[in-house]
Design a protein around this ligand. Structure first.
Ligand code: AP5
Length: 214
């Protein structure tokens, strides 16, 4: 099963992804996480992606499409995948559809998490992450340990460089201009389910699983 998780920055895609991936036993593929892991390693891909990410802009389509194609070719994605943060432009969506068609596969669901911009800014301003394992926290809703160390792995808790307010505002602008048209694109193909992304994490998870027919 190929599930696309669409939604603006801070909508809760990463927060919800683990439970969906676990339920359907499919890998969670987050392009943002892949870029951040490459950046941490100092790989050429990470260094290339950094200048776009830190400005809140999109990494060029050809780079992202190649990366996701390679990832979907891995054996653990043979039975499907949960795509988080990809596609993000109509060109990426077309490339994904073409790639899947060539493999005799297709997208099964596109879930769009909907949250108003004001709430997104609050969520992103308060987000904190573990530098090592990527565990997510929020200063108000899910506070990180007081000693600044991750409870799971002992890594350092930090704020993502692209969660500074000016960058967040640009990421939202980019989302509205380049990514939100994808909802209609998948809607025309009968794959879109809009999910209210406000409420508790558990409530939203129930809405998602219901939309997937679980
Ligand atoms: P990426 O890492 O994909 O970032 P994003 O889409 O901007 O999404 P976020 O990770 O910011 O938010 P999220 O929806 O996962 O929210 P989360 O669950 O963390 O991409 C980063 C960059 O990489 C892009 O800007 C771009 O440069 C590049 N990139 C990536 N993919 C690309 C592509 N396909 N093409 C081109 N470039 C690409 O939640 C946010 C906060 O809210 C957390 O603190 C969380 O605890 C809290 N929260 C979650 N749910 C709730 C709730 N129900 N109530 C209250 N708080 C909540």
């Amino acid at each position: 099963m190929i599930v696309i998780l669409l939604g603006p920055p801070g909508a809760g895609k990463g927060t919800q992804a683990g439970a969906i991936a676990e339920k359907y036993r499919i890998p969670h593929i987050s392009t943002g996480d892949i870029f951040r892991a490459n950046l941490k390693e100092g790989s050429p891909l990470g260094l290339e992606a950094r200048r776009y990410m830190e400005a809140g802009a999109l990494v060029p389509d050809d780079l992202v499409v190649r990366l996701v194609g390679d990832r979907l070719d891995a054996p653990d994605a043979a039975g499907g995948a949960l795509l988080d943060g990809f596609p993000r432009t109509v060109a990426q969506a077309e490339a994904l559809a073409g790639y899947l068609a060539r493999k005799g596969r297709q997208e099964d669901h596109c879930l769009c998490l909907e949250v108003p911009d004001g709430e997104l800014v609050k969520r992103l301003a308060g987000r904190r992450m573990c530098r090592d394992c990527g565990a997510g926290f929020h200063v108000d809703f899910s506070p990180p340990p007081a000693d600044g160390r991750c409870a799971k792995c002992g890594g350092q808790i930090h704020q993502r460089a692209d969660d500074q307010e000016a960058t967040v505002l640009n990421r939202l602008k980019v989302y509205h201009e380049q990514t939100s048209p994808l909802a209609d694109w998948y809607g025309r193909r009968g794959l879109l389910r809009r999910i209210d992304g406000q409420g508790s994490v558990a409530e939203i998870q129930s809405r998602i699983l219901a939309a997937l027919g679980a």
